[in-house]
Design a protein around this ligand. Sequence first.
Ligand SMILES: Cc1cc2nc3c(=O)[nH]c(=O)nc-3n(C[C@H](O)[C@H](O)[C@H](O)COP(=O)(O)OP(=O)(O)OC[C@H]3O[C@@H](n4cnc5c(N)ncnc54)[C@H](O)[C@@H]3O)c2cc1C
Length: 536
Amino acid sequence: MTHLSRRQWLGAAMGAAALPLAGCDAPGGGDIAGGFAGTHLERGHVLRDPGARDRLLLGPAPVARHAQVVIAGGGIAGLAAARALRLNGIDDVALLELEDTAGGNSRGGQVDGIACPLGAHYLPVPGDDAHEVQDWLEEIGVRRRLAGRWRYDERYLCHSPQERHWRDGAWHEGLLPVDGVAAATLAQYRRFAALIDGERRTSRHAMPALRAPFDAHQRQLARNSFAAWLDAHGLTDEHLRWYLDYCCRDDYGAGPSQVSAWAGVHYFASRHGFSAPGDDSVRTHDEAVLTWPEGNGWLARQLAAPLGERVHAGRTVLRIAPARHGVEVDALDHATGRLERWRAAQCVVALPLHVAVRVVEAPPPLLVQAAARTPHAAWLVANLRLDAPLRDRPGAAPSWDNVLHGSSALGYVDARHQALDPRPGPTVLTWYRALGAAPEARRALLQYPWTHWRDGIVDELSVPHPDLRERLLRMDITRYGHAMAVPAPQDDPVMAPAVVRHDRLAFAHADWSGYSVFEEAFTRGHLAGLALARTG
Ligand SMILES: Cc1cc2nc3c(=O)[nH]c(=O)nc-3n(C[C@H](O)[C@H](O)[C@H](O)COP(=O)(O)OP(=O)(O)OC[C@H]3O[C@@H](n4cnc5c(N)ncnc54)[C@H](O)[C@@H]3O)c2cc1C
């Protein structure tokens, strides 16, 4: 693959326009230290080569291990399954996780002692359809009932100002372009809000979506792209389309031409809502968001803490197969290089679909079909360690979420924003880019050196922050080749059942919902754990 120029890098927007750059021949990141961090891609890639996997499976005699229930995969779904099992009296659990810590896409990390997200960074205040999530938030003290009303801990509700975007040389409040836009743009915002309101009235959009399987209207929406739906409704305004493109890339990892109209509508009708500025007649949401300096890594740690030594990290699960009276799970322990053979009565398969279909022996048709129809988006996350806050440019004040209009990236969140100490100080900015589901995106993640991404990021962020190079001490870049399911249009759309069972296996992962957010992962994990606990 040839090296993209930085102009191309910034413009390779998977559908978004390139950010207008004053200095495309800017000097990049110079000698700023850093590298790839946070994921061990090679541990998963053992599964790509069936020959290599078979050699591992047929090597020296495996170490024999035992647990009543093995959980393969320690993301939010696997961790929630472990909690549900514990709450229902099953404590003899072994959770096998490929990375060195549990949490999956919701892990947090540190750069020079400053906590920051490695992936997921927020959870909107969950609605009543996500009652398992609500119960758990109550259990860990994030939500309490006061004077008959539910209150969320102020420390964890995103502090104000929450969001801003950079456009035409200045920062603007919020993410939807409002200042200085034409009356025709505002009219399109109102029309879009009314359409979403109509969709909410026509069909039920639940979060998690497994609570509301597709009706006939939703199945129709799920057959076509969101971009086609917007075109059909004449919603072509440049600002509205940029905003919707941003939203789709943010939640689904791919833009409106790659995600279904169901997904585009569901984004607003379930979790986020859409209100046209100045029009309170159509108000569809509560904007409150829970977040932490280390993002959802804080939530992952709360889930993992009670498990203690039941978490067996640094293991790649290679094979899950039926055995006499139970299940056999083979995992490579990366610390020792030895194969472990776990025997268990039951197993929760909390793995992404493309992994589950490779490791489950004789996979059930539902898994084969789901894996075949689910594309995955690649993501890049960069943590930028600054020695002091950046000097600000005109307009809206520094916010938690800071987005650059027209960029192919998703902007950055500031780890210091939720700090209780108001004094300005060193911080970490976490910058995100969803690369879509094209195979080239995954190849680019593997082929380019980390400095390629560093230089592009520095050039992009130096436009609103000319002092970035002076302040930047290091940059750590996390790559996700198959980060999340993209809810692409389908010929025959189906929503997987809430619990997918096969003999002694229960499957749980956000991928089963066709897209990946915390509520889907947690609820599917919880229900899978519960199902196994109830059937013994
Ligand atoms: C960059 C990024 C940002 C995101 N931001 C948000 C956000 O702000 N809010 C939000 O709600 N959602 C966000 N998400 C979505 C996020 O994926 C979900 O919130 C949730 O973490 C998914 O959990 P999961 O358990 O379904 O999947 P995963 O996180 O994929 O968990 C699967 C686990 O299985 C492990 N595994 C894989 N293969 C093997 C193997 N062979 N053996 C053993 N273990 C294995 C993985 O390491 C991982 O820990 C984001 C995702 C990404 C990638």
